[in-house]
Design a protein around this ligand. Sequence first.
Ligand code: FE2
Ligand code: FE2
Length: 185
Amino acid sequence: MNVFDLLEDDTRPRAPPIPQATAADRMAGKRLAMIHAMHIDALDETKAMMLKVEAGELDAGTLATKIETLDMMRNYVRFGNLCGRECEFLNYHHSAEDGDIFPVILAGANDGLKAVIQRLMQEHDVIHELLLTLSKNVAALLADPGAETFAQAKETFCLIDRVVRSHFGYEQTELEEALGFYRAL
Ligand SMILES: [Fe+2]
Ligand SMILES: [Fe+2]
């Protein structure tokens, strides 16, 4: 599986409905969407800082100066720190799903639901690789804040931003019933 498979929603297996699931189960399952929303907020905040850096670079370009202002340097570092926080935050979330949540569902799941969990775990592997790359990009950016190191981190961050949003949407939709029904969350 590669990064772009995470953007191909029609290749993802769908969870069979659980007829015995109650409205209360589905309500409980919606908590995952709330957790995801916190991560989305963090991604949005990081993206806003990224746009601020880009605007600063444009300004510097129009002034035809190569001097990186103190303000720009600070924003490069801020973006790097936000990306670093993202890496930890998402790693923690996926570890909790892989280690605590998915095993509970798998213990009772039928083949259809198992296929969804397997797919989600494969997606976690792909995202984990991207997070490792971002973590390296962040180290380079913080060691030498500038246009080049920023561009690298930005590229990885934008990819993560796209695939994580897609992953969240799939996961929270397909697992909504199962999370509550199997008391996994
Ligand atoms: Fe996940
Ligand atoms: Fe998740």
